[in-house]
Each structure stands twice: as C-alpha cells, then as structure tokens.
Design a protein around this ligand. Structure first.
Ligand SMILES: Nc1nc2c(ncn2[C@@H]2O[C@H](COP(=O)(O)OP(=O)(O)O)[C@@H](O)[C@H]2O)c(=O)[nH]1
Ligand SMILES: [Mg+2]
Length: 296
C-alpha cells in the first residue's frame, strides 16, 4: 500500500538535496523539481487540480528557504506533510453523528457500480451491531442482477435483517419499508443503492427520489481507490448528495492518490477506508497515519 507514492516524494526530496547543497531555494532551482513532483503525483492518480494545489503550497513554503546539505530531505518532507495535512479533512465520527440523531437514523450508501457499496454496508452493519446499535439493511439496489441476494447473504451471515422487494421495483419504496422497520424496532437503517453514473439519468433521478422521500441523516459516497482520476467524476455525479466518503480497496492500491484527489475536489471528510473483502476490513480514516505512511 502506498509504496509508489512514497518513492515519488523521496525522489523529489533527494533531487532538492543534490541540486541545492547550501544555497537558497530560488525559482530556477525549485521549478523543475516541482514540475517533476507534479508528474509523479499525476502518475500516482493524484488529480491535476490536487497536484497543482500541492505544488503551489510547496512553492510558497520552500521558495527562499536556505537548505543545508543533509537537512533538505527533512525540510521537504515536512513541507509535503504539512501540505497534505492541510488538504485532507479531519475524519468523520460516524457513530457520534448517529448518537446525535433522535429518530432511528437513516444511512444511505451511494456510488458507482463495483465501488464497494454493498460490501461496505455489511461491514458497517457488523461494526454498529457490535457497538450495540441494531441495524436493518435495505436492499435498495433493485437494478443489478444478484444484488439483492448478495445483501441477503451478508444479512444471514451477520444475523442482520434485510428488507427487500423484487428486482425492478421502486427502490424508494424498499428504503421506505426499511426505514419504517427501523422506526418500529428502534434500529438504524442502512440503505444500499444501485451503482450509477451521470450517463444513467433515470437511475440518478431515482436516487434523488429515494433521498427526497427517505431523507437520510448520513449519506456515504463509496469510491474505489483503484478508480484513479475517475473519483473526480464520481464526486461530481453525487455533488451535494453526500456527507462523507469511504474509500475502498486500499489494500490493493499502490498510490494513495484517490484519497487526496477526492478530498481536494469534494471538500468532504473521508470517514473510513476499506482494506479487504472481510467484514473486519474497514478502518477509521486517520489522516496523520495516512500521511506518515506516504512519507515514512
Ligand atoms: N480488496 C478489496 N475488495 C473490496 C473492498 N471493498 C469491496 N471489495 C470488493 O469489490 C467488489 C465489488 O463490491 P460491491 O460491494 O459488490 O460493490 P457495489 O457494486 O458498489 O455494491 C466485491 O468483489 C467486493 O468484495 C476492499 O476494501 N478491498
Ligand atoms: Mg451493490
């Protein structure tokens, strides 16, 4: 995880070290190095926007700084670290959010196909259940083949009730029933939805209707770390509809760029990262730890 990104930053700081020895960092020295860092960031799936923001921030921190041989690497690492920490939001305390809600809470999972919504809903169901918060799952993906069975299988394994209707039925009605069940039994409703993109206008309208009718307290946008620059398209497609992001498949991502790009674009916190296919494989996002891992 994150190996390639780490190498890029190392290479940048080593370049600074070898080029400047003891002199002041001027534009002539810094520009080509920053340019090179930017290219490396892009290769690591950091968006152009985010790469430029990082570059600008580093420029303003480093320009005019005197860098002695031997301390350059540390100086640059500190600057990159500071820049990334500034760009990333502090985490999102999901369970504290839920505790603030009086009615049985309603939580929506939205995102593109294959991003990990259904799997993450199951992981969250287990997490909440363990912390004495009973959950009902709503099979709101009535569109994709096998999606209802997939959720029901999770429900069975976890001992969590799943509310479902037939395929092609109105997902807003499924969510409504799940919410009603949650109200009756004092549970938290976790509503799965069908993956969709800008191109699927009907599905997008349907999702808007689902949200309008069921008024979720928390909506997670689930994105896949491997989707690279596509995370921007995802942030855009769901703009204004989500409160926090969950980035899945961090166990098989080498770059770490998706977290940086989506944070920069959406301005929303990353609540959790997915680190595998098992129910346990979900972690609170810790930006300090993430940045340490990139730079260490
Ligand atoms: N390695 C890994 N695989 C994941 C993770 N999250 C989800 N997956 C897998 O990604 C695939 C798609 O997940 P699914 O939940 O069906 O996505 P959905 O279409 O958004 O509901 C499944 O094979 C999951 O097991 C993760 O954090 N790491
Ligand atoms: Mg699904």
């Amino acid at each position: 995880m994150l190996g390639k990104f780490k190498d890029s930053v190392k290479e940048f700081s080593e370049n600074v070290k070898s080029t400047v020895a003891e002199k002041e960092l001027d534009e002539e020295t810094l520009d080509p190095l920053l340019e090179e860092l930017r290219l490396k960031l892009l290769q690591n799936n950091v968006s152009l926007e985010a790469s430029e923001a990082i570059e600008e921030e580093l420029r303003s921190q480093l320009l005019g700084e005197k860098v002695k041989r031997g301390s350059a690497e540390e100086k640059v690492n500190d600057a990159v670290k500071e820049t990334l920490l500034k760009l990333l939001d502090d985490g999102f305390d999901f369970e504290a959010e839920l505790s603030d809600i009086e009615e049985p809470p309603v939580v929506f999972m939205v995102g593109f196909n294959g991003s990990g919504k259904t799997t993450t809903a199951a992981k969250l169901a287990q997490k909440l259940d363990r912390n004495s918060r009973e959950v009902v799952l709503g099979a709101g993906d009535t569109f994709r083949a096998a999606s209802i069975e997939q959720l029901e299988e999770h429900g069975e394994k976890l001992g969590v009730e799943v509310i479902s209707h037939e395929y092609e039925s109105d997902p807003a009605a499924v969510a409504y029933d799940a919410v009603e069940h949650a109200e009756k039994e004092d549970k938290t409703a976790l509503i799965d939805t069908a993956g969709r993109s800008h191109a699927d206008e009907n599905l997008m309208d349907e999702l808007e209707k689902m949200i309008r009718i069921n008024d979720p307290d928390v909506t997670f946008l689930v994105v896949d770390a491997l989707s690279g620059n596509d995370v921007l398209e995802q942030a855009e497609a769901y703009e204004g509809m989500f409160d926090a992001v969950i980035v899945t498949k961090m166990d098989i991502d080498e770059n770490g760029g998706a977290i940086i790009s989506i944070s920069e674009r959406s301005g929303k916190p990353v609540a959790y990262i997915g680190t595998g296919q098992g129910y346990e494989d979900i972690e609170d996002f810790d930006k300090e730890k993430f940045v340490e891992e990139i730079l260490d």
